[in-house]
Write a protein that binds this ligand. Sequence first.
Ligand SMILES: Nc1ncnc2c1ncn2[C@@H]1O[C@H](COP(=O)(O)OP(=O)(O)OP(=O)(O)O)[C@@H](O)[C@H]1O
Ligand SMILES: [Mg+2]
Length: 174
Amino acid sequence: MANGLTYIRRTTTPEATKQLAATLAPYLRPGDVIMLSGDLGAGKTQFVQGVAAALGTRAQVTSPTFNILLQYIDGRIPINHFDLYRLDEPEQLEDVGYFEAVDGDDDGVTFVEWGEKFPNDLPCDYLEITITTDTQGERRVRAHAFGVRARQLLFVWANDSKSRLMKMSGGSIR
Ligand SMILES: Nc1ncnc2c1ncn2[C@@H]1O[C@H](COP(=O)(O)OP(=O)(O)OP(=O)(O)O)[C@@H](O)[C@H]1O
Ligand SMILES: [Mg+2]
């Protein structure tokens, strides 16, 4: 449900998390930034896989844990997918092209896993998606907007995806 600037859904399968993520794709624009937080194995990469497929990327989206950045350019919008887990120093962010990707002017949409490791380097405008594991392996997916563009994105996503999700998920998204 859209509740102020926060939108919360629960998913019971990896496929449901991807389906939920797919509903975000139509509203994404170049320059958008999505910071994904949650424990190891929460489902952050699954979420990116769902968006990427819906944007028309045919390549297999894998975890950028070792590459730090993986890019997909064959969909409707290019995708930058960062995983900052293995970075230790904020100075390394410059080397991997993080700042160009999150400054709002990039040609692509940028997803960042483990961005919370560098709280002083968060962008000014981003949608934060936090995935937590509930009882029985269920995931709670919470979206919260920081900044004007993220608020707009969250507003349209939360409103428009509501009815479509009910039809397509067969009960695995609540
Ligand atoms: N409801 C669910 N949504 C998403 N993933 C789920 C769900 N239930 C089980 N899983 C499983 O949890 C795992 C999520 O893995 P994923 O690589 O997306 O995590 P991650 O948050 O990116 O972790 P990391 O921080 O290590 O990169 C997958 O093995 C997936 O099958
Ligand atoms: Mg991951």
